[in-house]
Design a protein around this ligand. Structure first.
Ligand SMILES: CC(C)(COP(=O)(O)OP(=O)(O)OC[C@H]1O[C@@H](n2cnc3c(N)ncnc32)[C@H](O)[C@@H]1OP(=O)(O)O)[C@@H](O)C(=O)NCCC(=O)NCCS
Length: 144
């Protein structure tokens, strides 16, 4: 069975490797400097290594009482489909336990994955993106 080791401190992670993980997952281009800020400002962070290689990551931005936002969840393609992504989200849900709501938006197509973890679609969720055109194109935002 694959041995995974879990860490919870961004200081223990190579940010170049994290950036590479998001590129190949794929989740997008995220420079190491941006990831340092994003993960540094998140209350909960989760990383999974296998044989010294970073194979999974995720984070939750949380206020400690009301709302936690889960984002940047990705699993290395060689490790997808084996339950690691679900374990990562469940771990973040446990860490954020006690918040009145835990929210996220799924990459188009990944809704089923989150639905199985207990998330329900939000009827009134709305977003203001700095680059709405690409978000509309990818299906994350709608102008309808
Ligand atoms: C989404 C992701 C984290 C899931 O990780 P994982 O380890 O493969 O997840 P699990 O093995 O726990 O669950 C896999 C299940 O989710 C489904 N699933 C996962 N990602 C999916 C996607 N993008 N579209 C459709 N279904 C998806 C799989 O079909 C599979 O379902 P099955 O068991 O019925 O075959 C991983 O696929 C990934 O990193 N994708 C690229 C980045 C991304 O889209 N992140 C999500 C941001 S919202």
């Amino acid at each position: 069975m694959t041995e995974y080791s879990w860490t919870y401190r961004v200081e223990d992670v190579d940010l170049e490797e994290l950036s590479q993980l998001y590129r190949i997952a794929p989740l997008g281009d995220m420079p190491p400097e941006e990831l340092a800020v994003v993960f540094g400002n998140s209350m909960f962070t989760c990383f999974v290594h296998c044989d010294g290689v970073l194979v999974g990551a995720g984070r939750a931005l949380a206020d400690g009482v009301d709302c936690a936002y889960i984002g940047h969840v990705a699993v290395h393609p060689d490790h997808q489909g084996g339950g690691l992504g679900s374990s990562l989200v469940r771990r973040l849900m446990e860490l954020a336990e006690g918040h009145k709501k835990i929210i996220l938006y799924a990459a188009p197509g990944a809704e089923k994955f989150y639905r199985r973890l207990g998330f329900l679609p939000m009827n009134t969720a709305m977003g203001l993106w700095s680059n709405p055109d690409s978000a509309v194109e990818s299906g994350v935002l709608s102008r309808a």
